[in-house]
Design a protein around this ligand. Structure first.
Ligand SMILES: *Cc1c(COP(=O)(O)O)cnc(C)c1O
Length: 221
């Protein structure tokens, strides 16, 4: 049994069927993805459009690709035909483009709205007020090419477990509020993507439904 398979088994043993595991394969070669695939993993996350486009033709068709990194509007059309979920929606302009490209492809693309929860300046995402504004706007102006499935967030880059827990807790509260306020009649708003290699156990305790794990599966690179 190889290392990748062992790592996957270990993570699945810890998390069980409670959450969806996205294997973050960015910076790792297709051989590593193939090993994870052979161990049963089907959902992979990448943060760059070009990397998905390069790898996808070399791998099995039934892989579900999630985009988890910042997406430029002009690149949406390249992934619209196949992308399974875009977790990193961080502007109205981007959401509109995803919807337009989805419609052109006769698809409805699953999206998560990325929320800014960390203290660092560099992370992308909506603030809480921006998110309310966006959802009010969408109530008045529905977009038929996208389905908003929930929220995605990244905790601060810190060893302080209490801070990480607080940030996740805050995002879960926000998720519950928005669900009640804007999605009461839409059961599909049910995903909270929080938790990476270093913090997925805390994230699950705080209500994660999707964890995005790279290093702990594939090692560092
Ligand atoms: C790289 C990345 C991950 C995975 O991080 P690890 O610490 O390697 O598990 C998760 N989410 C996003 C948005 C990433 O860019």
């Amino acid at each position: 049994m190889n290392g990748i398979e062992q790592n996957l088994i270990e993570i699945l043993r810890q998390t069980g069927s409670r959450v969806t595991l996205v294997a973050v394969s960015k910076n790792h070669p297709v051989d590593a993805i193939r090993e994870a695939y052979q161990a049963g993993q089907r959902i992979f996350g990448e943060n760059k459009v070009q990397e998905i486009l390069n790898k996808r033709p070399l791998l099995p068709d039934d892989i579900q690709w999630h985009l988890i990194g910042h997406l430029q509007t002009n690149k949406v059309k390249q992934i619209a035909p196949f992308i399974s979920m875009i977790q990193s929606v961080d502007s109205l302009k981007l959401l509109k483009e995803i919807s337009e490209q989805a419609i052109k492809n006769n698809r409805i693309i699953n999206c998560l709205l990325q929320v800014f929860i960390a203290t660092e300046e560099t992370k992308f995402g909506f603030s809480q007020p921006e998110l309310s504004d966006l959802l009010k706007y969408l109530n008045q102006n529905p977009m038929t090419g996208v389905k908003i499935r929930g929220l995605m967030g990244m905790a601060s880059f810190t060893d302080n477990q209490d801070q990480i827990r607080q940030e996740f807790h805050g995002l879960k509260s926000l998720f519950d509020e928005l669900k009640e306020q804007f999605f009461a009649d839409q059961p599909g708003f049910n995903e909270l993507s929080i938790g990476m290699s270093g913090d997925y156990e805390i994230a699950i305790e705080e209500g994660s439904t999707i964890i995005r794990v790279g290093t702990k599966i594939f090692g560092t690179r």
